[in-house]
Structures are given as C-alpha cells and as structure tokens.
Design a protein around this ligand. Structure first.
Ligand code: TYD
Length: 135
C-alpha cells in the first residue's frame, strides 16, 4: 500500500514575462496520463471536501486560485499541506485518505485525475479504509 512519503509536491514549469505568468502541464510533469479534470469553487470556508481515498485514482491537486489545506493520511500518519501557489501540484497516489479544508475566499481547487469518474473505486468509509491499508 502507498504511504504518506509517496505524496509529494510537484513544481509546474512556468513562463514569466511582463505580461504575466503562463504555467504548463506537459505529459512528463506528472506521474500519470490525465483522463479527467475537475475543479471546486465557491467553497464555503467552513466546508470540508474530500473525505475519501481511491482504489485506482491517482490525483494531482492544484490551488489555481487562493489557498486551502489538504490533509493526507495513509492510515498511520497524517500530514497537512497548505496549497497556495498555482504552479504547485500535490500528487496523491491510491489508498491515501484526503480531506480538503480551510478554503480561502475565491479559492479554486483543480484536480487532475488518471481515471474516469467511478464511484465504485472510492473508499468513503474511514474504517473500511483503515482495514484495507492496515490489513
Ligand atoms: P465528491 O466526491 O463528494 O467531491 P469531493 O471529494 O471533491 O468533496 O463528489 C461530489 C459529487 O459530484 C458526488 O455526487 C459525485 C459527483 N462527481 C461526479 O459526478 N463526477 C466527478 O468526476 C466527481 C469528482 C464527482
């Protein structure tokens, strides 16, 4: 099973000139082929998103605008990562529980995923998650 040390920050290359910044995600920038892109916006500050792990989906989460906190958990260890840079992505492999909290006003949370949406590959019950990862 994946452990927390597999969760890592990816720097997305950018081109900066006097007209602003252009960030580009090319196929070698992230460790999987992107199949789906979705994003969260208009999230109330006191809202908690996520609250699940995936059996198959790997993701990269990017704070396109504003900031939020991603709490990742491998069943043994929990870690909180603040995302607030549009050229930084948080890679999350399978079997890592994640919660996303403390959204700033106007925050946009972009998720790049390697799978089509499939509810059957979600683990939404924390006890089931723990049983799976801790055996
Ligand atoms: P949910 O997984 O609860 O969102 P999050 O983990 O970001 O808090 O999904 C919210 C709803 O959206 C739920 O009914 C499933 C649906 N959904 C899709 O239809 N397609 C998708 O690609 C995703 C990610 C969710």
């Amino acid at each position: 099973m994946n452990t927390i040390d597999k969760v890592n920050l990816i720097t997305i290359p950018k081109v900066h000139d006097e007209r602003g910044v252009l960030a580009v995600i090319e196929k070698d920038a992230i460790p999987f082929a992107i199949k789906r892109v979705y994003y969260l916006y208009d999230v109330p500050t006191d809202s908690s998103r996520g609250g699940h792990a995936h059996k198959v989906q790997q993701s990269v989460i990017i704070a396109l605008s504003g900031s939020f906190e991603v709490i990742v958990d491998d069943g043994n260890t929990k870690k909180s990562i603040m995302l607030n840079k549009p050229n930084q992505g948080l890679y999350i492999p399978t079997h890592i529980w994640r919660e996303i909290e403390n959204f700033s006003s106007g925050a946009v949370c972009l998720v790049l995923a390697c799978t089509d949406y499939d509810e059957s590959e979600y683990i939404r019950d924390y006890e089931v998650f723990q049983n799976q990862v801790l055996g």
